[in-house]
Design a protein around this ligand. Structure first.
Ligand code: GLN
Length: 470
């Protein structure tokens, strides 16, 4: 019933009485019930969503004005704080923890009359690429349940792909919105760093984290972005800039688009994704965009720099989970240090522990300069090169992932392969650039893949209008 409908279509049918918001919510709740085997939601806010729908229906009946997102039914990843609702980052560490406040982005959605239908599963503390690192068990790919949906916002992608909601809100530190979008055949969008306040987003790597949007249409992404964006006194890194205007119509403009041949010739890239990306680039040329090969000699350093810096930030961010102030506390302990140790050992999963150890190591006195300082220098070089690229080109294009969705279990036990697969997505976060994964399908591949387009900082509107024209 809701398949393929944009928010504008939905709002039209609500305004002219073809459907009520209550009926709309019921239809999503039915989809949620039909898809429980995929393990998408950790919690569904059934009664609350119904009650809010009923009150919005009354407003429509009375002819009262509604917020710009009325009729938008949204899932939120389990890393976003929503007052009086549980939030756990899919970790045993935060089991039973209830948010004491609502994060700014979520509050802005609520103020715009969106309905939040539930919280979605994810990789623990947003660390992972398969949604298999969750205390709640894995989420399965809705297109093929033998495969993973990607991660860490895997369930957010499935929630949209399976039509259990219109929009999924996720977080993207190194690709966690774009990669699952590519694996599930939908759009995944990460804005510029600072565009959306991080207040109320459980931190992983604070200088990389951004809230992102998963959806089936560009206009919907643009509308939700417009609402969530804007300066926030609660987040000093939030941008003092007007939210990007909503894109409704494609702009007929010729752009200069760069691509990197080393990316397409990378030995780890599935040859059919290579072909698919090449024909996407041909399609851009047919539309009179200028597509130019450029060099990017820093390619081998992206993943190492990303993992040194994000694990360092994570080890610091996650030190607050000490078994005293938050969540899980060990039952048997002898003295204070023992309490910390046991609570953290019991509360965190294997991947989170691995990253805390790696981060602590790269920050340790003896290795700080060799790893952390070096990675920061590399980050600066990467940003300098990106500045050069965007001084000359409007967009940079590449595949989102090296492969289609993996079989379940294929990546477990091989964290390094999993890290290496992030090669195309981490660039946007290292520099804070906006980036989108566009769903693609071709005959050779049994599942969809994604083409990623990146733009210069704060050019979200231009990026989304290009996507609308494709
Ligand atoms: N796969 C990446 C990681 O595990 C990205 C995670 C994310 O963006 N949250 O770090």
């Amino acid at each position: 019933m809701n398949q393929g409908r944009s928010l504008s279509d939905i709002q039209k049918s609500l305004r002219n009485g073809q459907q009520t918001i209550s009926e709309l919510v019921e239809s999503y709740l039915k989809r949620i019930e039909e898809t429980t085997d995929l393990n998408i939601y950790i919690e569904v806010y059934k009664e609350e969503a119904k009650a809010l729908a009923a009150s919005l229906d009354q407003k429509i009946q009375k002819g009262e004005s509604l917020g710009p997102l009325f009729g938008a039914v949204i899932s939120i990843k389990d890393v976003l704080c929503y007052k009086d609702h549980k939030v756990s980052a899919a970790s045993k560490m935060l089991a039973g923890f209830t948010s004491q406040f609502t994060g700014t982005a979520i509050q802005r959605l609520l103020d715009a009359d969106a309905i939040i239908i539930g919280r979605t599963n994810c990789d623990e503390f947003a660390m992972g690429s398969t949604n298999e690192n969750s205390a709640y068990g894995p989420t399965l790919n809705g297109l093929d349940s033998e495969r993973v949906p990607g991660g860490s916002s895997g369930a957010a992608a499935v929630s949209v792909e399976r039509d259990t909601c219109l929009i999924g809100i996720g977080s993207d530190t190194g690709g966690s919105v774009r990669q699952p979008a590519a694996f599930c055949g939908i759009y995944g969008f990460k804005p510029s760093y600072g565009r959306i306040s991080r207040y109320g987003l459980i931190a992983y790597g604070s200088s990389f984290d951004q809230i992102g949007v998963l959806a089936k249409g560009i206009e919907d992404i643009s509308r939700v972005l417009n609402i969530m964006s804007g300066e926030d006194p609660m987040d000093a890194t939030s941008l003092n800039m007007d939210p990007p205007e909503i894109v409704k119509h494609p702009v007929d403009q010729q752009y200069k688009i760069a691509y990197i041949p080393e990316v397409l010739d990378h030995p780890g890239l599935n040859p059919d994704i290579r072909k698919g990306t090449m024909s996407f680039i041909e399609g851009l040329r047919d539309r009179n965009h200028e597509c130019t090969p450029i060099s990017f000699e820093l390619l081998p350093y992206l993943v190492p720099a990303y993992y040194v810096l994000t694990t360092a930030e994570a080890s610091s961010n996650l030190s607050r989970y000490d078994g005293i102030r938050y969540g899980h506390q060990a039952k048997d302990f002898e003295q204070l240090e023992d309490l910390y140790e046991r609570s953290r050992s019991e509360g965190f999963g294997a991947e989170v522990k691995r990253r805390i150890m790696m981060g602590t190591f790269v920050l340790s006195v003896g290795y700080f300069d060799a790893y952390f300082t070096k990675a920061q220098q590399v980050r600066t070089l990467i940003i300098d090169r990106m500045k050069e690229i965007f001084a000359e080109y409007d967009f940079l294009i590449m595949p989102t992932t090296t492969d289609i969705a993996w079989k379940r279990g294929e990546m477990s036990g091989d964290p390094v392969s999993m890290y290496l697969s992030d090669i195309y997505t981490v660039l946007a976060n290292l520099g804070g650039y906006p980036a989108i994964s566009i769903p693609q399908q071709n005959e050779q591949l049994i599942l969809p893949f994604g083409v990623q387009i990146m733009s210069d900082l704060y050019d979200e509107r231009k990026l989304l209008s290009l996507c609308l024209s494709l």
